[in-house]
Design a protein around this ligand. Structure first.
Ligand SMILES: Cc1cc2nc3c(=O)[nH]c(=O)nc-3n(C[C@H](O)[C@H](O)[C@H](O)COP(=O)(O)O)c2cc1C
Length: 356
């Protein structure tokens, strides 16, 4: 029997803040600053997360590359992956000046590399240490400190194991728990398999919210439709979307209208591309090759006539000094006009195939 807790959550609802009802998950190699700039055109208020950043890299690496972002990306949470309180605190103090809205600790990543560093999902076996990290992280910042974790790992797979983890961690006041509703199998499955093979157990996350009603709880895993977001929000405080947010941008535009701004008018795909041009040119001038931004735009026309030719045209623009406006103009000329002009939300989610 799990006791109900009375821990006050420090998050109250502010549209678009760290307590946003919808967020886009941290995803390595996907949610970089270029993707996030693009995502803001689909949804101005959804909370965005960075890719996981190592505190050690922040301390010793190129901080501008690791931490800098465009203010339009806010609200934005920085995800850190580490297990050393001193390093986490030092990284947070540096990161705070960049203007993040939330600091998140990764307790969900199952990769071998992360396990060798003893952080990520394997920290679920050390709830006292996670609680200690939360305390230390909170002492370094006034920003909300949050934790993203799984419902369990191999050997600690029951709801009672999850509840014991949460019971220990919530005493240190994490502003939010984001719970990926799958266990992570640390021996034998790749990170990719760990995102699909262990079954989703949404009921465990719902039960967690019932047992800890004052704790802000966000659910994550397998959300691809607006109707699922609605259903989850009747049980928990927020919903985090990963792969579907990246692959089907209209889901974000629909979420913006339903959960943040009923007056939101979704741009058309043509408008989105036009608005990306000056950004890509600016990034190019700062030394960023255009294809690093293009790669996030390849799936923009997925499921639409002209999608293949769009991808092919952009893929040819990998040269560092490519003439971006001309290249985009040529690529757009090959996409049917009605596809370019139709608002992003014109097709219901689910009809469009996964993108890039
Ligand atoms: C390519 C990729 C990279 C990911 N990188 C991270 C990461 O850096 N940190 C993290 O906490 N989770 C990471 N995840 C997991 C996602 O945040 C999310 O928990 C998972 O994809 C389940 O949500 P979904 O079913 O909505 O995609 C990654 C997922 C993908 C697909």
């Amino acid at each position: 029997m799990v006791m109900q807790h009375t821990v006050e959550t420090s998050l109250s609802y502010r549209p678009g803040g760290a307590a946003a009802p919808v967020s886009v998950a941290p995803m390595m190699d996907k949610t970089d600053r270029d993707y996030r700039f693009l995502a803001r055109l689909f949804s101005p208020h959804t909370l965005l997360y960075t890719e996981m950043v190592s505190p050690r890299a922040v301390l010793h690496g190129n901080r501008e590359v690791l931490l800098a972002f465009d203010p339009v990306e806010r609200p934005l949470a920085l995800q850190l992956g580490g297990d050393d309180a001193g390093e986490l605190k030092a990284a947070i103090r540096i990161a705070e000046d960049y203007g993040y809205d939330e600091i998140n600790l990764n307790v969900g990543c199952p990769s071998d590399k992360v396990q060798q560093g003893s952080f990520g999902a394997c920290l679920m076996a050390r709830p006292e240490h996670v609680a200690h990290l939360v305390t230390e992280m909170r002492s370094a910042t006034s920003l909300p400190v949050t934790v993203k974790h799984r419902i369990g790992i191999d050997g600690l797979e029951r709801y009672e194991d999850l509840a014991r983890f949460v019971e220990t961690v919530v005493t240190e006041g994490p502003a939010k728990l984001t719970v990926h509703a799958r266990i992570a199998i640390l021996g034998g499955l790749s990170p990719k398999q760990n995102r699909s093979i262990p079954p989703l157990r949404y009921d465990d996350v719902y039960r967690l919210k019932q047992d800890y009603p004052n704790q802000f709880v966000e659910i994550n895993g397998g959300v691809t439709q607006l109707s699922q977001i609605r259903r989850h929000l009747s049980e928990v405080d927020a919903v985090m979307i990963g792969r579907a947010a990246y692959d089907t941008p209209q889901l974000l535009a629909e979420a913006e209208r339903e959960f943040f701004d009923p007056a939101f008018v979704a741009p058309s795909r043509g408008e989105i591309v036009e608005r990306m041009v000056p950004y890509i040119v600016e990034r190019q001038a700062a030394g960023r090759p255009p294809h690093t931004v293009f790669r996030h735009m390849l799936g923009l026309f997925a499921g639409q006539p002209g999608s293949r030719i769009w991808k092919r045209s952009l893929s040819s623009g990998i040269a560092r000094d490519a003439d971006v406006p001309a290249l985009i103009r040529r690529a757009l000329a090959r996409v049917p006009r009605d596809v370019l002009e139709r608002p992003l939300t014109a097709e219901p989610t689910g009809r469009v195939a996964a993108g890039a």
